[in-house]
Design a protein around this ligand. Structure first.
Ligand SMILES: C[S@@+](CC[C@H](N)C(=O)[O-])C[C@H]1O[C@@H](n2cnc3c(N)ncnc32)[C@H](O)[C@@H]1O
Length: 411
């Protein structure tokens, strides 16, 4: 029997990494997650196989790990759930793919961090820069409750659609034909102005269930993005994407049935990370990735979606960290905003709780902005203790280096 005592002693368990694990930081996270789940192990010479040599909780490891394909010859839950994928990207399984948000977390890494942070079912994790909702989906799948905060209504919408549609899938599916009819009648495929969307907007207004309305609003934004970014026919895009989205939500239900999930509760709020609407010491862990200094203009990047939602871009820029201000003032404002955000993270985290921050340096006018050092210095100044600093270096085309660090602190 696996991991049990035999007359010769304990029979070791073999754990094999998933094929897509290729980087040193992934190996580091794989080791840390096994350790956090109570396993003692040795990494074999080939580096892709581990031998677990203690009587660990085999079932819990099989259910939770992110980087392993098999443990003791049995396929892990994570590997099984990543098979529910409607896209060509290995990371974009289940509902992760919905909306092409720039700067998404790697979901596998978030699952490993949830393990490394020792978060159990019913614990609460906070992501105070939730973005496209990666932490919310991964926490939900592990039965961990998640509070997701973002200043951007587009991020709030994405995160809600990815985690809440499962509870309204019957109504969503029943309305598909009506949605396609009103969408097709709404536009001329030259411009998707507010005037031209009247028919579809009337359809949206007729939906009483917010989860259903959010789903179909998201389907519209995904199609607008397909048209703006890739020049695709907007109606065809809507038909294709709404079908794919329904398929992915149904996959969620199938995966939950196959793997007997107990979903965590998800609470997504539009709020400001500098002033969190949460009580002191109210969350068990934090996993987040703030803007990397002024590296990316989140408002300009999704301008078409904000316009379609009826927002004033200039007004939105005033509250968005890393985007506020002009010229070198932007860096100064970023620093002030992040100091407030770190204070808030420290305030709401329970004593002894762990906090993972994924952050990279940026470049401004040819000069490196040392956001990683800034983050470490300020978090330590608040009383956080840095436990791990895991460097992720990826070389892309033309030797372009992309680097960010995962910092794990303890309060
Ligand atoms: C690096 S992205 C997070 C991406 C996310 N980890 C994901 O997987 O999609 C940073 C996020 O910070 C958000 N943000 C900027 N200013 C904010 C503020 N004042 N309060 C809360 N969120 C803010 C942006 O809208 C953006 O979604």
């Amino acid at each position: 029997m696996i991991g049990e005592k035999s007359p010769e002693g304990i029979i070791p368990l073999q754990a094999k990494l998933i094929e897509n694990v290729q980087f040193i930081y992934e190996l580091a996270l794989a080791e840390l997650e096994l350790e956090a789940l109570g396993a003692k192990f040795t990494v074999t010479n080939g580096l892709r196989e581990f031998i677990l040599d203690n009587q660990c909780d085999f079932n819990s490891i099989l259910k939770r790990v992110a980087y392993f394909k098999t443990i003791g010859g049995k396929v892990t839950d994570y590997y099984k759930l990543t098979r529910y994928n409607r896209t060509k990207s290995v990371n974009q399984y289940l509902t992760h793919w919905i909306y092409p948000y720039k700067g998404k977390f790697h979901p596998q890494m978030i699952r490993a961090l949830l393990n490394i942070l020792n978060l159990a079912e019913e614990d609460t994790v906070l992501d105070n820069f939730i973005g496209s909702g990666t932490t919310a989906v991964e926490a939900q799948l592990l039965g961990i409750n998640c509070i997701g905060i973002d200043i951007s209504p587009l991020c709030v919408l994405q995160s809600k659609v990815k985690t809440e549609s499962i509870y309204a899938i019957t109504q969503i599916e029943a309305l598909k034909e009506e949605a396609v009819d009103s969408f097709s009648a709404s536009n001329s495929d030259t411009l998707f102005s507010r005037q031209e969307t009247k028919k579809y907007d009337d359809f949206l207004s007729s939906l009483n269930d917010k989860r259903v309305r959010n789903f179909y609003l998201m389907a519209k934004l995904v199609s607008i993005s397909d048209k703006e970014r890739r020049g695709r026919d907007i109606t065809q895009s809507f038909i294709r994407n709404s079908s794919l989205m329904i398929g992915s939500v149904k996959d969620y239900a199938s995966a939950a049935k196959e793997l007997d999930f107990h979903f965590g509760k998800v609470d997504i709020k539009q709020a400001d990370a500098r002033n969190l609407p949460l009580d002191d010491e109210s969350v068990d862990g934090i996993i987040t990735s703030p803007p990397y200094s002024i590296a990316l203009d989140y408002i300009v990047n999704d301008a078409h979606a904000f316009r379609a939602l009826g927002y004033d871009l200039e007004e939105m820029k005033r509250e968005c960290i890393g985007v506020r201000g002009r010229g070198s003032d932007r860096i100064w404002l970023y620093n002030q905003d992040m100091i407030k955000s770190f204070q808030e993270m420290y305030r709401v985290l329970k004593k002894g709780g762990l906090c993972a921050i994924v952050i990279g340096n940026a470049t401004y006018q040819g000069q490196e902005v040392r956001t990683i050092e800034f983050t470490i210095r300020n978090c330590e100044g608040l009383g956080f203790r840095l436990l791990k600093n895991i460097n992720k270096i990826i070389y892309g085309l033309y030797n372009v280096m992309q680097t960010d660090n995962t910092l794990i602190f303890q309060k």
